[in-house]
Design a protein. Sequence first.
Length: 132
Amino acid sequence: WGESANELRRRASAALAKLEQDPTFATFLRGVRTCLSSSAAPGCFAQFVNPQIYYQGPWENAGRRYATSQEFVDFVWGQPDIPRRWDQLVACFSVSRVRPGSERATFETEDWRCVIVRRDGRWLLESFYSRP
């Protein structure tokens, strides 16, 4: 017997409410949203990204699997995709659904996912990828 859809929604809502009460999560989300809507974007966003983030990019040509947070931000900002990849990243933190967890949460748009993790008492973007 599986859980009903209503029970799954109720549990997800309760988990999200608990996560939203976490001061470190609230600080992260407020900081990200403030940054992304300011004239300091994109540069200000690097502070919210894991210092070594796995993301396919030009650093792989140098034999590195991970980008620095600033390399990641610069790369995503500079992509000419239509729709722009940067806009998809911003949408993750502004118009998405959130799947909460105690040490990890996933922000989802129709096409993209942003996974954040708690590290050393703060939340950081760990991965950003298109949904299959």
